[in-house]
Structure formats: structure tokens, C-alpha cells
Design a protein around this ligand. Structure first.
Ligand SMILES: [Zn+2]
Length: 287
């Protein structure tokens, strides 16, 4: 029996899982991300070796922070400073002698969310709100890519916002008033000086208003059928966040179709499931 392996290579943790031909996960492990590049690569190889349990590998798929070149499989994840221009595809293919496919984690998560929909939609947007804010857009099941393959960064749109502490709004990208600076886990900590799970109702109102403004922007620009919200802040906010944000979006969309908005079913493993999907389908799933 051969196995497929998915890698979710995050700035704080590595998640590695092996699945059988039916897509059922047979083994899954999680480790903290080492700072050092060589230690990181060695740990990934060790984790793959552990989950494969002496079986041969039919393919490996990976989700990692951008920027990256998905066709060449060269990665430079922003939040892992030692990983710059790393030929991950070459490294993995040389070591494991199987196909390897990689993309930005939010694209990979978007693929996973799309593939588990009961009813496929033609225009699909996935938005994740966790440490940062990002997303992936699918058109007829294909990932939308920008000029020269650029990944759209929906977390770095600016919006009209509500914030009790506007002097604390600061985006790590250096631009002004990005939605990521207002509603991400890191942004919430900077503004409200506590984690999202400790926000009071008034503070959730502000976060929901700001999310609603960005949903409105994306609905006006992309006109998707469905927007799925994932990530720990979105899932943790739940009823305090999503209905208010959706109401604000709806009341401000006058001449474009109003998309459905709902929470992810995957919680924090969407990227891992997407990586397993890539392991099975190979790079063609990214075209
Ligand atoms: Zn920004």
C-alpha cells in the first residue's frame, strides 16, 4: 500500500499527516517549528518518515506561508526568516522520490474547503482570520492568480474602520489601515492588548464592523457565490462576529449579488487537508 503525505509548514507549528488512497488520515503528528532552517528541514523529513510507517510514498503536498513560486516549488515564507529561496520541491523529490506540490497555505486551505462542499459553486472565496488574515479565490474550481502568478493579499486591503485605539493600528506589511492590522489575532493583541478570546461585546462589535467592511469590498470586487471564513479568530468569534459582519456587508451591497457567508467546518486543519489533496492530485490541482 502506498500513502500520500500532507505538510502544513507554519511559522509556529508543523503538521504532518499520512492518508491512504481513500483519503483517510492514518497518522498525524504536530511539532513546534524550529527557528533554524537545517533543523526545520531535518524535522520535516523525520516527521514524514514517522507518519509513513515504512510504506512507500505516492505523493507529497505542502502548504506554507508566502511568498513562493508554486511552479518551481521555491519558498520564502515571510514568518520563517531563515527560509529564503528554498528549493523545497527539489529537496523533497530528491529525498522521497515521489511527486511534490506546494502552494500558499491560504490557497491550499481554499482548495480543501471547496472540495468538501456538498454543492460546488462557480465563484468561491475562502478567508482565514488567525495570526494574520489571508485568503484564496477559486473560479470554476481553479485558483485565481494575479499578475506573474502573484497571490492576492486580501488581508492588506484598507477599509473604513471603527477602533477605540486608532493610534495602535499597525500592519506588519508597513501599509496604512490594512484589515489584517484590525482583525487578525496579532492585530487584536496590539489594539486591545489581549487575545481575541478575551474581547468584550463592544470590542467584538468593532471587529465585526471591520470584517463586514472587508466582506463588502470582496463581494463588490469578486461577486462570489460563497465566502467561507476560517481561522481561530473567525471560528472563536462565531456568533459574536459572523452575523454582525454579514449584516453590515448585506446592507452595503446595493447593486451586486449578496454572497452566502459561513464558517469553515475544518477549523485549523484546512491547510493540512488541502495539502493531502495536493499530494493526491499533484501540481495539476494548482493550475
Ligand atoms: Zn498590511
Amino acid at each position: 500500500m502506498s500513502l500520500f503525505v500532507g505538510l502544513d509548514i507554519g511559522g509556529t507549528k508543523f503538521l504532518v499527516a499520512a492518508a491512504n488512497e481513500k483519503g483517510e488520515i492514518v497518522h498525524k503528528i504536530r511539532r513546534p517549528t524550529p527557528l533554524d532552517l537545517e533543523q526545520g528541514l531535518t524535522l520535516l523529513h523525520d516527521m514524514i518518515d514517522e507518519v509513513r510507517q515504512k510504506q512507500t510514498l505516492a505523493g507529497i503536498g505542502a502548504a506554507i506561508g508566502g511568498p513562493l513560486d508554486w511552479e518551481k516549488g521555491i519558498v520564502s515564507p515571510l514568518h520563517q526568516p531563515q527560509w529564503r529561496n528554498i528549493p523545497l520541491k527539489q529537496i523533497m523529490q530528491d529525498k522521497w522520490q515521489c511527486s511534490f506540490a506546494v502552494d500558499v497555505d491560504t490557497n491550499v486551505a481554499a482548495l480543501a474547503e471547496f472540495h468538501q462542499l456538498q454543492n460546488r459553486v462557480s465563484r468561491f472565496l475562502y478567508m482565514t482570520i488567525s495570526t494574520g488574515v489571508g485568503g484564496g479565490l477559486l473560479t470554476e474550481g481553479h485558483l485565481y492568480r494575479g499578475t506573474r502568478g502573484a497571490h492576492p493579499e486580501i488581508g492588506h486591503q484598507s477599509i473604513p474602520f471603527q477602533c477605540s485605539f486608532p493610534e495602535r493600528i499597525e500592519c506588519e506589511c508597513g501599509a496604512d489601515y490594512c484589515i489584517e492590522a484590525l482583525i487578525s489575532g496579532n492585530g487584536i493583541r496590539r489594539i486591545y492588548q489581549k487575545p481575541a478570546e478575551e474581547l468584550n461585546d463592544d470590542e467584538w462589535h468593532e471587529v465585526a464592523y471591520n470584517l463586514g467592511q472587508s466582506l463588502r469590498n470582496m463581494a463588490a470586487l469578486y461577486t462570489p457565490d460563497l465566502i467561507v471564513l476560517g481561522g481561530s479568530v473567525a471560528v472563536g468569534g462565531g456568533e459574536r462576529l459572523v452575523p454582525r459582519a454579514t449584516d453590515l456587508m448585506r446592507s452595503n451591497l446595493k447593486i451586486v449579488p449578496i454572497p452566502r457567508v459561513r464558517l469553515s467546518q475544518f477549523a485549523e486543519v484546512a491547510s493540512l487537508y488541502g495539502a493531502l489533496l495536493l499530494a493526491q492530485k499533484g501540481s495539476s490541482a494548482l493550475e
